[in-house]
Ligand binder design. Structure first.
Ligand code: SF4
Length: 104
C-alpha cells in the first residue's frame, strides 16, 4: 500500500469517527430544559408529566408524555432528547407541555 493511500484511509477513519462522536454527543450535551424557562412556563412544561397543572392545562391526559409526542426527537428508550419546540434544549422523555401532539 502506498503511503498516500494509507494516509487517506487513516484520515477517513478519523473523520468518520469524529462525525459519529459529534452526532451522538449533541443531544447528550444539550442542557436540560428548566421548568422555570419563560417559554416552558407559558406552555406548562413539566419534566414529570404527572405533575402537570390540570386546572390550567385541561388538555393533558394521563399517559401523554414527551416520548409519545411527535415533536420529541430523542431516540427510542432515551430518558431525554431534543424537542422541536425548545430548540437547543433537551426535554425529559417523561415530560409534557401544552404543545403535545400524539405521534402518528
Ligand atoms: Fe414534550 Fe412534545 Fe412538549 Fe416537546 S412539544 S416538551 S416533546 S410534549
Amino acid at each position: 500500500m502506498s503511503l498516500s493511500r494509507r494516509a487517506f484511509i487513516e484520515n477517513s477513519a478519523v473523520l468518520i469517527a469524529a462525525i459519529g462522536v459529534s452526532d451522538a454527543a449533541w443531544p447528550a450535551s444539550a442542557p436540560m430544559l428548566s421548568e422555570s424557562d419563560p417559554t416552558a412556563m407559558a406552555l406548562g412544561y413539566k419534566a414529570d408529566a404527572s405533575t402537570v397543572d390540570k386546572s390550567k392545562f385541561a388538555q393533558y391526559a394521563p399517559g401523554q408524555s414527551c416520548s409519545s409526542c411527535a415533536l420529541y426527537q430523542g431516540a427510542a428508550g432515551s430518558s431525554s432528547g431534543p424537542c422541536g419546540v425548545f430548540v437547543g434544549k433537551a426535554v425529559s422523555a417523561k415530560g409534557w407541555c401544552a404543545s403535545y401532539a400524539k405521534k402518528g
